[in-house]
Design a protein around this ligand. Structure first.
Ligand SMILES: [Zn+2]
Length: 404
């Protein structure tokens, strides 16, 4: 598939190699968007699901390389790919395996801290409970942590739009007069309660998110769910300003107390809000390849507002979103960013350190040998490894020169 990528990824480039070697984070990574093709083929065989098993056909349906520089961005096609992956993630064994393999893939490119997110309701088609699903994810991640030098966290997602999945369809059957909007709000509230309950049981649970179609589904509709998460001390990150304007980000940070923003691609369209987000040190989880694939405003990486955000000193962290659909890794995303915006390794190190400084924490397990303690240790180790102070001085110096 490599030849279809408009930006040439030269794995022999010393810059690529240097980025690969650096300790990194991935704070925005969807479990159902980050399966290996080999695993998909294996699971199709094992589960007897009727999908093509031909690798080329599968890649065509699942990998969106050709959409990066295209004017035609088909969100429909992008989302259809998730129908395939989710169909294969309806039993605990497969879910655990996929979580394990994702952490393994990340560890193998020196990602030291990974936050994996998923919407439990999407895995309820065959009767699994939300608790069984989340426990399977945590188990898979814990298994990878034993084997590799990686710390992981879990973000539980509620969905903005009505999803015709097991649990939600059952709800409609039981309550025939309920409308889609009310059903999705109810499910979000349930998911928030689930996130709080699981955070008390498993140190991996570090956040609550709202994902899905932004248009016509404003975040403020889900205020009750966010209230439950906040009162339960589960930190909030929200997909906002990806497919909708800055008002979506306004709702996320003002109405719903988001501690981080997923994407925030349209934040630059409101200067005042951008200043607020910068001053509040609210990090943006930037997934540049994914944005190029779904946002019709961009046909070149250089058109993405990332550089503007960096120049405005916004806390931006580079993430993968969907390793499978976007055919990417953290190394690749950082390399693309460096190439597109002509950044040196010091700038890349600052982006990486933003990731380590923006990790979410589970406050129910503060003193045990858990992600919290491991993350703190990791952060100070990485700060030394990245030579953070020097990198920061150099980057600040380059900004000062530019603004003189
Ligand atoms: Zn996302």
């Amino acid at each position: 598939m490599e030849n279809k990528i408009p930006m040439h990824i030269d794995k022999e480039d010393p810059l690529y190699k240097a980025i690969f070697e650096l300790p990194k984070t991935d704070l925005h990574c969807h479990l159902d968007g980050s399966l290996r093709i080999d695993t998909i083929i294996d699971l199709i065989g094992k589960q007897g699901v009727t999908f093509p098993v031909d690798r080329a056909k599968l890649e065509e349906q699942l990998i969106m390389d050709d959409m990066v520089y295209s004017k035609e961005k088909s969100l429909e096609r992008y989302l259809k790919a998730f129908d395939i992956t989710c169909a294969l993630m309806q039993d605990t064994e497969s879910i655990e395996r996929i979580a394990y393999e994702l952490a393994e893939d990340a560890a193998q490119e020196n990602v030291k801290y990974l936050e994996v997110r998923f919407a439990p309701i999407l895995h309820t088609n065959k009767g699994l409970t939300m608790e069984e699903i989340t426990s399977a994810v945590c188990k898979g991640l814990a298994r990878a942590e034993e084997k590799y030098d990686i710390v992981t966290g879990v973000i539980i997602c509620a969905m903005r739009h009505f999803v015709p999945c097991g649990i939600e369809l059952n709800l409609l059957k039981s309550l025939p007069y309920i409308d889609y909007e009310t059903a999705s709000v109810l499910m979000a509230v349930q998911t928030a309660r689930h996130a709080v309950a699981m955070a008390k049981k498993d140190h991996h649970i570090v956040g609550f998110d709202l994902a899905g179609g932004e248009k016509d589904n404003p975040a403020k509709r889900y205020r009750e769910a966010f209230k439950i998460a906040t009162e339960g001390h589960v930190p909030i990150t929200i997909h906002a300003g990806e497919a909708f304007g800055p008002e979506s980000i306004q709702q996320a940070v003002v109405d719903n107390h988001a501690k981080r923003i997923g994407h925030g691609t349209n934040l630059h369209k409101n200067e005042l809000l951008m200043t607020f987000v910068t001053n509040e040190r609210i990090p943006l989880e930037v997934c540049i390849t994914s944005n190029l694939q779904t946002n019709p405003e961009f046909t070149r990486y250089e058109e993405h507002p990332l550089k503007k955000y960096m120049d405005n000193r916004l806390r931006t962290t580079i993430c993968t979103d969907n390793r499978l659909m976007s055919n990417t890794t953290v190394t690749k995303e950082l390399y693309i960013v460096a190439k597109a915006f002509n950044l040196d390794l010091d700038h890349i190190k600052i982006l990486i350190s933003h990731g380590f400084n923006s990790a979410l924490y589970n406050c129910y397990f503060p003193e045990s040998a858990n992600a919290y303690k491991a993350m703190r240790k990791l952060r100070s180790k990485v700060t030394k490894e990245l030579n953070y102070r020097d990198a920061l001085d150099n980057v600040n110096e380059s900004y000062n020169q530019n603004t003189k």
